[in-house]
Design a protein around this ligand. Sequence first.
Ligand code: HEM
Length: 458
Amino acid sequence: MTVESAKPASAASAVRELREPPLAGGAMPLLGHGLRLARDPLDFFSRLRDHGDVVRLQLGPKPVYAVTTPELTGAVALSPDYIIAGPLWESLESLLGRQGVATANGALHRRQRRTIQPAFRLDAIPGYGPVMEEEAHALVERWRSLDVIDATRESFRVAVRIAARCLMGGTYTDDRAERICAALATLFSGMYQRMVIPLGPLYRLPFPANRAFNRALADLHLLVDEIIADRRASGRKPDDLLTALLKAEDDNGDPIGEQEIHDQVIAIVTPGSETVGSTLMSLLQVLADHPDHADRIRDEVAKVVGDRPVAFADIEKLRHTRNVVIETLRLRPAVWILTRRAVADTELGGYRIPAGADIVYSPYAIQRDPRSFDAHAEFDPDRWLPERAKEVPKYAMSPFSVGNRKCPSDHFSMAELTLLTAAMASAYRFEQAPGSDDAPRIGITLRPRRLLVRALPR
Ligand code: HEM
């Protein structure tokens, strides 16, 4: 099966002849699959592969199709017939706006990708090296004075600081990074609740949780306006993402509107902080749970770097550290669920997918498929050694996705996560502290629920 198995609507009548995907087992009268999905989404998605390559879910009035093989998730991600829309995105719209790169479709999305892409190109990443190094070393120093590290707070803090400082430049973002962190923490938990329990009007009532959510949303929007206004007032035009957005033109050569600039900043900084923060938490859990790999990282850093602090330029040589990051992204992908909407009648894996249907798939389930990975549940960074990595089927490991919506920040994120992991593991051994709860917390992203660790100096 290849990605060509997503057929365009030109063969519309042939598509109409095709069968509908089978209903996944376990649907309950009235509730459909909703209860099982709500109870344990990771297990629910992991078991769907036993019901077929494409299966129908009963979750509400509209058909929802789950795709369970690497090949077909690749087909969905690469086909123009499936766009960004559906319940996940609708729940994110109040945060991300409608004019930002993460939610736009078609020509607007293509133009926006062209604007932001230079900031994330492979050759642009070394320019962020000094900020990444500074933040990694400051983090390690800061932990010397902390008895117990609240991994949620620390991981999100450094993720926001690196994204804000690298992409929007300037020291003025330092204290604002703290406010962005606070706002995002409130928003992300509220956002997930709105996605899984879509009780629209109830969220407009003046309950304390709703008020806190609205305050956080207003503060985030205000912060972004302040950052943009400050940059304009400073007259500075450094070669960074914010300058690119302020200079961007639409297809007629006119400057893009204020709303679009605003939505773009939010649509880039928000996913950037949440995903990296969640992954860093998972990495801290891995370092605590797998001291053998933490020691191997320490040894690798010592060999490559010697006595000086680890630097951005070392990243390329830190092979094992990088493989630990990749294996963490395999078993605990921050983006664990993705959705699309079909804009035409299409064929997928031999089945008919009607226009308007929602498609869902889980990188978590795909990346733990025993058909793609030997000892699939085992944490084994060496599976990413070149001679073994080539055995991994196409699209079986795509934590940054593929196609036109692929994360623009894959190189940026891998550099940042590798450097942070090297700095953390060479300075400390980690162990979970009493009260730590490392069960997966399933929200918009996947991360440990409330990880508390002790950092024991090496
Ligand atoms: C999109 C993963 C870090 C900005 C995506 C998508 C994935 C992803 C899977 C595709 C979503 C889809 O197909 O619907 C990750 C992971 C990260 C990470 C695992 C880190 C561990 C970042 C960072 C930034 C960023 C640091 C920015 C600073 C974006 C943007 C999009 C996106 C703007 C939307 C792209 C588009 O729709 O064209 N990310 N991401 N991400 N990511 Fe990331």
